[in-house]
Design a protein around this ligand. Structure first.
Ligand code: FAD
Length: 425
């Protein structure tokens, strides 16, 4: 696989006007290679960043991905909802990127034929006491620039969705669903056709600074599997890029802590919370046609109804905090995605608040995703964290931390922002 990385770099070197120079002088026998831009992680955000840098800034990008394919991390384990931008404090990065990202995403989907449906969403109050919270969300959404929000009486919402039970609902017509794999496939292809190279099965394991130049340490993912963590390891290759975007999703903060020379004080603590989904079995017709969300709880959007593009209904995600994931396990991608069937018993009462006729035994375990949190249980709102040299002191490095929901919706806006931030480097 290291051959793959070498070939990728060689391919870049063969493209005229690209600033990749071969320099195999080695310290401790480790080859060093020059590069223009390196993006760490081929999830929806890393791909969007690579596309933006290569397409609109004519940069030569190398994407290093530890898995054997793009989009196997958080980006393939989510609700695939295009969010309106309602829930987040006005002017926060989440609010701004969600609204801007949604518009860019619909435009992109329409232009490139990415399967999606703007099916709209109902946020529902199941009891009269919840109505003030719904009003609060409507006002917040309006302040955030979310188009078309409208309060509905329960009767109108229940006419729209006959299985639904609610006293009032907030209708968000700009919310929708997307085939995120098709999105990533399309953007990967576009990035590649503008000179980006994707290098799979290689893991960035750390970095150090020499003067102002970052040296990225890269190892074959396979070789890390049996690493006992006690013995010292040398990377298989060291890259010397001008720009680095750390879009490593769940492990971006863990990885940044392995960059020597960085101001560690600004790197947030990592927290991980698993969210499981259950699907609805034994149904001939889909129970719902729109996204149905309860009011947010426990720092999540609540166990909601989402649909895939074939109309299959799923419920989730719940929240389960994962402890004992140290930084090395995170970088080795040792996450447990098991959905335990017994978690269903907590889903039934939550779903029956708005879908009272849900039958016993109708929930089947689906899949799980893990949120890359930068705050723990009970903490309030925390925004996306995007740090450049001004925060951490390393020129040309941008770290992306806590890119949880609405990261899929926001991906193209995050990419715009990151590329603009690096445009003078
Ligand atoms: C349960 C759940 C539901 C969600 N629902 C929605 C939703 O409906 N709508 C929405 O907008 N957002 C949603 N999100 C958020 C959204 O899925 C994420 O914000 C987004 O997918 C993050 O993409 P990413 O590229 O940052 O991370 P990832 O997709 O995880 O990509 C990071 C990549 O980096 C690679 N990597 C990691 N470490 C290294 C390393 N050291 N070296 C090389 N490669 C490395 C990983 O293998 C991975 O492929 C949800 C998230 C979760 C967890």
């Amino acid at each position: 696989m290291m051959k793959l990385l070498r070939d990728s770099i060689r391919n870049l070197a063969e493209i005229p006007s690209i600033t990749v120079r071969k320099n195999l002088s080695s310290a401790a026998g480790v080859p060093k290679e020059m590069a223009d831009c390196v993006v760490i992680g081929a999830g929806v955000v890393g791909i969007a960043v690579a596309r933006e840098l290569s397409l609109n800034f004519a940069r030569n990008v190398l994407v290093i991905e530890s898995a054997s394919a793009f989009g196997t991390g958080i980006s393939s384990r989510n609700s695939e909802v295009i969010h309106g931008g309602i829930y987040y404090p006005t002017n926060s990065l989440k609010a701004c990127f969600c609204v801007r990202g949604r518009r860019l995403l619909y435009e992109y989907c329409n232009k490139h034929g990415i399967p999606h449906k703007q099916i709209g969403k109902l946020i529902v109050a199941s009891r009269h006491e919840e109505v003030p919270k719904l009003n609060y969300l409507r006002n917040l959404g309006n302040e955030n620039g979310v188009e078309g929000l409208r309060m509905m009486e329960g009767s109108e919402a229940m006419a729209l969705e006959p299985e639904l039970q609610c006293v009032r609902a907030l209708w968000s017509p700009t919310s929708g669903i997307i085939d995120s794999h098709s999105l990533m496939l399309s953007q990967t292809g576009e990035a590649e056709s503008h000179g980006t190279t994707f290098c799979y099965n290689n893991t960035v394991v750390g970095a150090h600074l020499e003067g102002k130049q970052i040296h990225l340490h890269i190892s074959e993912t396979e070789s890390l599997k049996d690493w006992d963590r006690k013995s010292q390891r040398y990377p298989d290759v060291v890259l010397l890029p001008k720009l680095v975007v750390n879009a490593a999703g769940l492990s971006s903060a863990a990885l940044a802590r392995c960059f020597s020379g960085i101001n560690r004080g600004v790197i947030p603590q990592s927290y991980y919370s698993r969210g499981c989904y259950f699907s609805l079995s034994n149904t001939t017709a889909p129970a719902f046609r729109h996204l149905i969300y309860p009011l947010p709880e426990d720092g999540t959007l609540g166990v909601h109804v989402t649909l895939d593009l074939d109309g299959q209904v799923k419920f989730g995600p719940d929240i389960e905090w994962l402890n004992d994931i140290d930084d090395i396990s995170s970088i080795q991608n040792k996450f447990d995605y098991t959905v335990r069937a017994d978690r269903a018993k907590e889903f039934y009462p939550k779903i029956r608040k708005y879908y009272p006729s849900l039958k016993d035994g109708s929930l089947q375990p689906g899949y799980a995703g893990i949120r890359p949190r930068v705050s723990g249980p009970g903490d309030g709102f925390v925004d996306f964290i995007i740090q450049g040299e001004e925060s951490h002191g390393i020129p040309g490095l941008v770290n992306l931390f806590g890119i949880e929901s609405p990261g899929l919706t926001s991906s193209m806006a995050i990419a715009e922002y990151v590329a603009a931030k690096l445009s003078n480097c």
